[in-house]
Design a protein around this ligand. Sequence first.
Ligand SMILES: Cc1ncc(COP(=O)(O)O)c(C=O)c1O
Length: 418
Amino acid sequence: MDHFHYSNDRYLGEEVPLAEVAEVVGTPCYVYSRATIERHWRIFDAAFGQHPHKVCYSVKANSSLAVLDLLARLGSGFDIVSGGEMERVLRAGGHPSDVVFSGVGKSESEIRRALQISVGCLNLESESELYRVAEIANELAVKAPIAIRINPDVDPLTHPYIATGLRDSKFGIVGQEALAVFKRAADMGSIEIKGVACHIGSQLTETGPFVQALEKVVDFVDQLASHGIELAHLDIGGGLGIHYRDENPPDPETYTSAVIEVLDRRGCRLPVIIEPGRAIVGNAGVLLTRVEYLKHSDHRNFAVVDAGMNDLLRPALYQGFHEILPLQQGSASRPRVYDVVGPVCESADFLGHKRSLAIAEGDLLALRSVGAYGFVMSSVYNSRVRPAEVIVDGDRFHVVRKRETVDQLMENECLFPG
Ligand SMILES: Cc1ncc(COP(=O)(O)O)c(C=O)c1O
Protein backbone atom coordinates (compact mmCIF):
# COMPACT_ATOMS: atom_id res chain seq x y z
CA MET A 1 0.00 0.00 0.00
CA ASP A 2 1.22 3.52 -0.76
CA HIS A 3 0.07 7.08 -0.21
CA PHE A 4 -0.25 8.19 -3.86
CA HIS A 5 -3.84 8.56 -5.01
CA TYR A 6 -6.34 10.64 -6.99
CA SER A 7 -8.58 13.16 -5.29
CA ASN A 8 -10.91 15.37 -7.36
CA ASP A 9 -9.06 14.25 -10.50
CA ARG A 10 -5.71 15.43 -9.16
CA TYR A 11 -2.94 12.97 -8.38
CA LEU A 12 -1.64 13.49 -4.84
CA GLY A 13 1.34 12.32 -2.83
CA GLU A 14 -0.12 12.11 0.68
CA GLU A 15 -2.08 15.39 0.67
CA VAL A 16 0.12 17.29 -1.77
CA PRO A 17 -1.10 17.78 -5.38
CA LEU A 18 1.89 16.57 -7.37
CA ALA A 19 1.32 19.07 -10.16
CA GLU A 20 2.23 21.76 -7.61
CA VAL A 21 5.51 20.00 -6.89
CA ALA A 22 6.23 19.82 -10.62
CA GLU A 23 5.47 23.52 -11.09
CA VAL A 24 7.72 24.58 -8.21
CA VAL A 25 10.58 22.10 -8.56
CA GLY A 26 10.41 21.34 -12.28
CA THR A 27 10.59 17.98 -14.04
CA PRO A 28 11.88 15.32 -14.08
CA CYS A 29 11.58 14.98 -10.34
CA TYR A 30 11.41 12.03 -7.95
CA VAL A 31 8.83 12.32 -5.17
CA TYR A 32 8.81 10.01 -2.13
CA SER A 33 6.16 9.63 0.53
CA ARG A 34 7.40 9.73 4.10
CA ALA A 35 4.31 7.93 5.42
CA THR A 36 4.78 5.07 2.94
CA ILE A 37 8.45 4.56 3.75
CA GLU A 38 7.82 4.59 7.48
CA ARG A 39 4.79 2.35 7.21
CA HIS A 40 6.70 -0.29 5.27
CA TRP A 41 9.67 -0.31 7.64
CA ARG A 42 7.39 -0.62 10.67
CA ILE A 43 5.46 -3.51 9.10
CA PHE A 44 8.69 -5.49 8.69
CA ASP A 45 9.80 -4.64 12.21
CA ALA A 46 6.46 -5.59 13.77
CA ALA A 47 6.04 -8.77 11.73
CA PHE A 48 8.91 -10.49 13.53
CA GLY A 49 7.09 -10.09 16.84
CA GLN A 50 9.02 -11.60 19.70
CA HIS A 51 11.63 -13.26 17.50
CA PRO A 52 14.89 -11.31 18.02
CA HIS A 53 15.58 -9.40 14.82
CA LYS A 54 17.03 -6.32 13.19
CA VAL A 55 15.70 -4.67 10.04
CA CYS A 56 18.73 -3.44 8.10
CA TYR A 57 17.35 -1.38 5.23
CA SER A 58 19.30 -2.07 2.04
CA VAL A 59 20.78 1.28 1.14
CA LYS A 60 21.41 0.38 -2.50
CA ALA A 61 17.68 0.61 -3.22
CA ASN A 62 17.56 4.33 -2.42
CA SER A 63 20.49 6.02 -0.73
CA SER A 64 19.25 9.59 -0.55
CA LEU A 65 20.31 11.16 2.73
CA ALA A 66 16.81 12.25 3.69
CA VAL A 67 15.44 8.73 3.14
CA LEU A 68 18.21 7.27 5.29
CA ASP A 69 17.55 9.95 7.88
CA LEU A 70 13.86 8.97 8.12
CA LEU A 71 14.82 5.33 8.57
CA ALA A 72 17.59 6.07 11.07
CA ARG A 73 15.02 7.95 13.16
CA LEU A 74 12.92 4.77 13.28
CA GLY A 75 15.95 2.89 14.60
CA SER A 76 16.71 1.05 11.39
CA GLY A 77 19.94 -0.78 10.76
CA PHE A 78 21.50 -0.55 7.29
CA ASP A 79 22.85 -2.98 4.72
CA ILE A 80 25.55 -1.31 2.63
CA VAL A 81 27.73 -2.33 -0.30
CA SER A 82 30.29 0.46 -0.60
CA GLY A 83 32.33 3.03 1.25
CA GLY A 84 30.09 5.72 -0.22
CA GLU A 85 26.98 4.10 1.25
CA MET A 86 28.81 3.79 4.59
CA GLU A 87 29.49 7.55 4.68
CA ARG A 88 25.89 8.28 3.73
CA VAL A 89 24.60 6.17 6.62
CA LEU A 90 26.92 7.93 9.05
CA ARG A 91 25.89 11.34 7.76
CA ALA A 92 22.23 10.40 8.09
CA GLY A 93 22.71 9.47 11.74
CA GLY A 94 22.83 5.67 11.41
CA HIS A 95 24.81 3.76 14.04
CA PRO A 96 27.87 1.90 12.74
CA SER A 97 27.05 -1.03 15.01
CA ASP A 98 23.75 -1.45 13.12
CA VAL A 99 25.48 -1.66 9.74
CA VAL A 100 26.13 -4.84 7.79
CA PHE A 101 28.59 -4.45 4.94
CA SER A 102 27.80 -6.75 1.99
CA GLY A 103 29.34 -6.97 -1.48
CA VAL A 104 31.80 -9.11 -3.43
CA GLY A 105 34.49 -6.51 -4.02
CA LYS A 106 35.25 -4.53 -0.88
CA SER A 107 38.46 -2.57 -1.31
CA GLU A 108 41.22 -2.35 1.28
CA SER A 109 40.30 1.22 2.14
CA GLU A 110 36.62 0.35 2.51
CA ILE A 111 37.45 -2.50 4.88
CA ARG A 112 39.84 -0.33 6.89
CA ARG A 113 37.26 2.42 7.30
CA ALA A 114 34.56 -0.11 8.23
CA LEU A 115 36.76 -1.54 10.97
CA GLN A 116 37.79 1.91 12.18
CA ILE A 117 34.20 3.00 12.68
CA SER A 118 33.27 -0.45 14.11
CA VAL A 119 30.56 -1.61 11.73
CA GLY A 120 28.34 -4.37 13.09
CA CYS A 121 29.37 -7.01 10.59
CA LEU A 122 31.30 -7.52 7.37
CA ASN A 123 29.55 -10.08 5.17
CA LEU A 124 32.38 -11.86 3.38
CA GLU A 125 31.99 -13.43 -0.03
CA SER A 126 35.32 -15.18 -0.67
CA GLU A 127 38.28 -16.76 1.07
CA SER A 128 40.57 -14.04 -0.29
CA GLU A 129 38.37 -11.42 1.30
CA LEU A 130 38.67 -13.21 4.66
CA TYR A 131 42.49 -13.01 4.45
CA ARG A 132 42.35 -9.35 3.51
CA VAL A 133 40.01 -8.51 6.39
CA ALA A 134 42.10 -10.53 8.87
CA GLU A 135 45.26 -8.73 7.81
CA ILE A 136 43.75 -5.26 8.11
CA ALA A 137 42.16 -6.12 11.46
CA ASN A 138 45.56 -7.34 12.67
CA GLU A 139 47.17 -4.13 11.59
CA LEU A 140 44.51 -2.09 13.40
CA ALA A 141 44.68 -4.38 16.43
CA VAL A 142 40.92 -5.04 16.37
CA LYS A 143 38.77 -8.12 15.97
CA ALA A 144 36.78 -7.96 12.74
CA PRO A 145 33.13 -9.04 13.16
CA ILE A 146 32.27 -11.14 10.14
CA ALA A 147 29.59 -13.29 8.58
CA ILE A 148 30.16 -15.46 5.56
CA ARG A 149 27.65 -15.27 2.77
CA ILE A 150 26.74 -18.68 1.54
CA ASN A 151 25.35 -19.42 -1.87
CA PRO A 152 22.49 -21.90 -1.37
CA ASP A 153 22.03 -22.64 -5.09
CA VAL A 154 18.34 -21.80 -5.09
CA ASP A 155 16.47 -20.35 -8.06
CA PRO A 156 14.72 -17.17 -6.91
CA LEU A 157 12.45 -17.19 -9.99
CA THR A 158 13.18 -13.59 -10.85
CA HIS A 159 14.89 -11.60 -13.62
CA PRO A 160 18.34 -13.12 -14.28
CA TYR A 161 20.11 -9.80 -13.65
CA ILE A 162 18.86 -9.74 -10.08
CA ALA A 163 19.19 -13.45 -9.27
CA THR A 164 22.10 -13.93 -6.87
CA GLY A 165 21.60 -17.28 -5.15
CA LEU A 166 22.35 -19.68 -7.99
CA ARG A 167 25.53 -21.68 -7.98
CA ASP A 168 26.92 -19.90 -11.05
CA SER A 169 26.45 -16.42 -9.63
CA LYS A 170 29.41 -14.39 -8.38
CA PHE A 171 27.80 -14.01 -4.96
CA GLY A 172 28.50 -16.01 -1.83
CA ILE A 173 30.45 -19.21 -1.28
CA VAL A 174 28.97 -22.62 -2.07
CA GLY A 175 28.53 -25.64 0.24
CA GLN A 176 31.64 -27.34 1.54
CA GLU A 177 33.86 -24.46 0.46
CA ALA A 178 31.93 -22.20 2.81
CA LEU A 179 32.46 -24.66 5.65
CA ALA A 180 36.21 -24.66 5.00
CA VAL A 181 36.29 -20.85 5.02
CA PHE A 182 34.37 -20.76 8.31
CA LYS A 183 36.87 -23.19 9.84
CA ARG A 184 39.75 -21.01 8.70
CA ALA A 185 38.05 -17.94 10.10
CA ALA A 186 37.52 -19.68 13.44
CA ASP A 187 41.28 -20.09 13.79
CA MET A 188 42.11 -16.46 13.15
CA GLY A 189 42.86 -14.27 16.12
CA SER A 190 41.72 -11.06 14.44
CA ILE A 191 38.36 -12.46 13.30
CA GLU A 192 35.17 -12.77 15.32
CA ILE A 193 32.57 -14.96 13.65
CA LYS A 194 29.16 -13.39 14.02
CA GLY A 195 26.92 -15.10 11.55
CA VAL A 196 26.00 -16.58 8.28
CA ALA A 197 24.46 -14.50 5.49
CA CYS A 198 22.40 -15.33 2.43
CA HIS A 199 20.60 -13.27 -0.21
CA ILE A 200 19.21 -15.08 -3.22
CA GLY A 201 17.88 -12.25 -5.36
CA SER A 202 15.54 -9.32 -5.69
CA GLN A 203 11.89 -8.88 -6.66
CA LEU A 204 10.91 -12.37 -5.45
CA THR A 205 7.18 -12.89 -5.73
CA GLU A 206 6.79 -16.21 -3.90
CA THR A 207 7.81 -17.42 -0.46
CA GLY A 208 8.97 -20.81 -1.81
CA PRO A 209 12.53 -19.83 -2.79
CA PHE A 210 13.03 -17.93 0.49
CA VAL A 211 11.96 -21.01 2.44
CA GLN A 212 14.13 -23.33 0.35
CA ALA A 213 17.16 -21.12 0.89
CA LEU A 214 16.49 -20.73 4.61
CA GLU A 215 16.21 -24.51 5.08
CA LYS A 216 19.65 -24.82 3.51
CA VAL A 217 21.04 -22.03 5.68
CA VAL A 218 19.72 -23.72 8.83
CA ASP A 219 21.23 -27.04 7.67
CA PHE A 220 24.48 -25.18 7.34
CA VAL A 221 24.18 -23.60 10.79
CA ASP A 222 23.70 -27.10 12.23
CA GLN A 223 26.76 -28.28 10.36
CA LEU A 224 28.80 -25.40 11.75
CA ALA A 225 27.60 -26.22 15.27
CA SER A 226 28.77 -29.81 14.81
CA HIS A 227 32.22 -28.36 14.12
CA GLY A 228 32.04 -26.23 17.25
CA ILE A 229 31.28 -22.98 15.41
CA GLU A 230 28.50 -21.08 17.13
CA LEU A 231 26.86 -18.05 15.56
CA ALA A 232 25.34 -14.87 16.95
CA HIS A 233 22.95 -14.16 14.08
CA LEU A 234 21.42 -15.28 10.83
CA ASP A 235 21.33 -12.68 8.03
CA ILE A 236 18.67 -13.75 5.55
CA GLY A 237 19.09 -10.82 3.15
CA GLY A 238 16.36 -8.94 1.36
CA GLY A 239 14.55 -9.57 -1.89
CA LEU A 240 10.84 -9.39 -1.20
CA GLY A 241 9.13 -8.19 -4.37
CA ILE A 242 6.57 -5.46 -4.90
CA HIS A 243 3.60 -4.95 -7.15
CA TYR A 244 4.53 -3.23 -10.43
CA ARG A 245 1.99 -4.70 -12.82
CA ASP A 246 0.63 -8.25 -12.56
CA GLU A 247 2.75 -9.51 -9.69
CA ASN A 248 1.11 -10.52 -6.49
CA PRO A 249 4.01 -10.83 -4.05
CA PRO A 250 3.47 -12.00 -0.49
CA ASP A 251 3.08 -9.13 1.97
CA PRO A 252 5.81 -8.68 4.60
CA GLU A 253 3.73 -10.49 7.23
CA THR A 254 3.30 -13.56 5.02
CA TYR A 255 6.99 -13.54 4.15
CA THR A 256 7.98 -13.16 7.80
CA SER A 257 5.58 -15.90 8.94
CA ALA A 258 7.16 -18.26 6.42
CA VAL A 259 10.61 -17.40 7.79
CA ILE A 260 9.55 -17.81 11.41
CA GLU A 261 7.79 -21.11 10.64
CA VAL A 262 11.08 -22.56 9.35
CA LEU A 263 13.08 -21.22 12.29
CA ASP A 264 10.57 -22.50 14.87
CA ARG A 265 10.24 -25.90 13.23
CA ARG A 266 14.02 -26.22 13.08
CA GLY A 267 14.45 -24.99 16.67
CA CYS A 268 16.62 -22.07 15.57
CA ARG A 269 16.42 -19.12 17.98
CA LEU A 270 19.26 -17.12 16.46
CA PRO A 271 18.52 -13.41 16.04
CA VAL A 272 17.60 -12.65 12.44
CA ILE A 273 18.84 -9.77 10.31
CA ILE A 274 16.76 -8.91 7.25
CA GLU A 275 17.84 -6.53 4.50
CA PRO A 276 14.75 -5.35 2.64
CA GLY A 277 15.24 -2.53 0.15
CA ARG A 278 12.69 -2.56 -2.63
CA ALA A 279 9.80 -3.60 -0.36
CA ILE A 280 10.38 -0.54 1.85
CA VAL A 281 10.94 2.21 -0.71
CA GLY A 282 9.80 0.83 -4.08
CA ASN A 283 6.15 1.84 -3.92
CA ALA A 284 7.02 4.95 -1.92
CA GLY A 285 8.27 6.90 -4.94
CA VAL A 286 6.97 8.35 -8.22
CA LEU A 287 8.81 10.12 -11.02
CA LEU A 288 7.17 13.26 -12.38
CA THR A 289 7.74 14.07 -16.01
CA ARG A 290 6.29 16.47 -18.59
CA VAL A 291 5.22 15.60 -22.13
CA GLU A 292 7.46 17.51 -24.53
CA TYR A 293 6.13 16.30 -27.87
CA LEU A 294 3.51 13.96 -29.24
CA LYS A 295 4.38 12.21 -32.50
CA HIS A 296 1.44 10.55 -34.17
CA SER A 297 1.66 8.36 -37.23
CA ASP A 298 -0.53 5.70 -38.75
CA HIS A 299 1.43 2.82 -37.21
CA ARG A 300 2.83 4.21 -33.96
CA ASN A 301 2.37 7.07 -31.50
CA PHE A 302 5.18 8.42 -29.36
CA ALA A 303 4.91 10.59 -26.27
CA VAL A 304 8.35 12.14 -25.87
CA VAL A 305 8.73 13.15 -22.23
CA ASP A 306 11.47 15.02 -20.37
CA ALA A 307 12.59 12.01 -18.26
CA GLY A 308 14.82 9.46 -19.90
CA MET A 309 16.71 6.25 -19.30
CA ASN A 310 19.40 8.29 -17.55
CA ASP A 311 16.81 9.25 -14.92
CA LEU A 312 15.12 5.85 -14.67
CA LEU A 313 17.04 2.89 -16.05
CA ARG A 314 14.78 0.04 -14.97
CA PRO A 315 12.69 -0.18 -18.17
CA ALA A 316 15.81 -0.30 -20.38
CA LEU A 317 17.87 -2.53 -18.10
CA TYR A 318 15.32 -5.02 -16.79
CA GLN A 319 12.34 -4.40 -19.05
CA GLY A 320 10.87 -3.07 -15.81
CA PHE A 321 7.24 -1.98 -15.94
CA HIS A 322 6.04 1.23 -14.32
CA GLU A 323 2.45 2.38 -14.42
CA ILE A 324 2.16 5.82 -16.08
CA LEU A 325 -0.62 8.14 -14.93
CA PRO A 326 -1.62 11.71 -15.75
CA LEU A 327 -1.36 14.14 -12.83
CA GLN A 328 -4.70 15.59 -13.93
CA GLN A 329 -7.56 13.32 -14.93
CA GLY A 330 -10.41 14.24 -17.25
CA SER A 331 -8.32 15.43 -20.19
CA ALA A 332 -10.22 16.56 -23.28
CA SER A 333 -7.55 14.87 -25.41
CA ARG A 334 -8.44 11.77 -27.32
CA PRO A 335 -7.03 8.58 -25.77
CA ARG A 336 -4.38 6.89 -27.90
CA VAL A 337 -1.86 4.13 -27.41
CA TYR A 338 1.61 5.60 -26.89
CA ASP A 339 5.16 4.49 -26.51
CA VAL A 340 6.38 6.81 -23.78
CA VAL A 341 10.00 7.62 -24.56
CA GLY A 342 12.70 9.95 -23.29
CA PRO A 343 15.01 12.42 -25.03
CA VAL A 344 18.15 10.22 -24.82
CA CYS A 345 19.69 9.14 -28.12
CA GLU A 346 19.15 5.39 -27.69
CA SER A 347 16.28 3.24 -28.83
CA ALA A 348 16.47 1.61 -25.39
CA ASP A 349 15.35 4.94 -23.97
CA PHE A 350 11.75 4.14 -23.22
CA LEU A 351 9.69 4.41 -20.05
CA GLY A 352 6.71 2.41 -21.19
CA HIS A 353 5.39 0.69 -24.29
CA LYS A 354 1.81 0.64 -25.56
CA ARG A 355 0.19 2.79 -22.88
CA SER A 356 -3.29 4.09 -23.40
CA LEU A 357 -3.20 7.77 -22.44
CA ALA A 358 -5.36 10.82 -23.09
CA ILE A 359 -2.66 13.49 -23.12
CA ALA A 360 -1.55 16.71 -24.76
CA GLU A 361 1.86 18.32 -25.08
CA GLY A 362 2.80 20.00 -21.80
CA ASP A 363 0.81 17.56 -19.66
CA LEU A 364 2.37 16.13 -16.51
CA LEU A 365 2.69 12.39 -15.87
CA ALA A 366 3.75 10.22 -12.95
CA LEU A 367 5.61 6.93 -13.23
CA ARG A 368 4.69 4.82 -10.25
CA SER A 369 6.79 2.55 -8.03
CA VAL A 370 10.16 4.07 -8.79
CA GLY A 371 11.34 4.58 -5.20
CA ALA A 372 13.75 1.64 -5.39
CA TYR A 373 16.54 1.34 -7.96
CA GLY A 374 15.34 4.60 -9.49
CA PHE A 375 17.39 7.67 -8.65
CA VAL A 376 20.30 5.52 -7.44
CA MET A 377 20.76 4.18 -10.96
CA SER A 378 20.48 7.59 -12.62
CA SER A 379 23.36 8.86 -14.71
CA VAL A 380 24.36 11.96 -16.63
CA TYR A 381 24.37 10.19 -19.99
CA ASN A 382 23.88 12.67 -22.84
CA SER A 383 25.12 15.28 -20.30
CA ARG A 384 21.69 15.43 -18.76
CA VAL A 385 21.70 16.70 -15.18
CA ARG A 386 20.35 14.41 -12.50
CA PRO A 387 16.77 15.12 -11.38
CA ALA A 388 15.61 16.70 -8.14
CA GLU A 389 14.19 14.66 -5.25
CA VAL A 390 11.32 15.67 -2.99
CA ILE A 391 9.67 14.08 0.05
CA VAL A 392 5.99 14.70 0.72
CA ASP A 393 4.96 14.69 4.35
CA GLY A 394 1.25 15.19 4.96
CA ASP A 395 0.31 18.44 3.25
CA ARG A 396 3.90 19.67 2.90
CA PHE A 397 6.76 18.86 0.62
CA HIS A 398 10.50 19.25 0.99
CA VAL A 399 13.18 19.35 -1.69
CA VAL A 400 15.77 16.90 -0.38
CA ARG A 401 18.05 17.01 -3.41
CA LYS A 402 18.24 19.98 -5.72
CA ARG A 403 18.38 19.38 -9.43
CA GLU A 404 22.00 19.06 -10.50
CA THR A 405 23.35 22.07 -12.40
CA VAL A 406 25.35 22.13 -15.61
CA ASP A 407 28.28 23.60 -13.65
CA GLN A 408 28.15 20.63 -11.25
CA LEU A 409 28.08 18.33 -14.23
CA MET A 410 31.53 19.58 -15.27
CA GLU A 411 33.02 20.61 -11.95
CA ASN A 412 35.66 17.87 -11.82
CA GLU A 413 36.81 18.40 -15.40
CA CYS A 414 39.23 20.77 -17.08
CA LEU A 415 40.20 21.60 -20.61
CA PHE A 416 43.15 19.66 -21.95
CA PRO A 417 46.10 21.10 -20.01
CA GLY A 418 48.76 20.79 -22.74
C1 LIG B 1 23.03 -8.55 -0.12
C2 LIG B 1 21.78 -7.84 -0.47
N1 LIG B 1 20.91 -7.58 0.52
C3 LIG B 1 19.75 -6.93 0.27
C4 LIG B 1 19.40 -6.53 -0.99
C5 LIG B 1 18.11 -5.80 -1.20
O1 LIG B 1 17.27 -6.46 -2.04
P1 LIG B 1 15.78 -5.93 -2.23
O2 LIG B 1 15.87 -4.50 -2.61
O3 LIG B 1 15.24 -6.77 -3.30
O4 LIG B 1 15.08 -6.13 -0.93
C6 LIG B 1 20.26 -6.81 -2.06
C7 LIG B 1 19.89 -6.43 -3.42
O5 LIG B 1 20.16 -7.02 -4.39
C8 LIG B 1 21.50 -7.47 -1.78
O6 LIG B 1 22.36 -7.75 -2.76
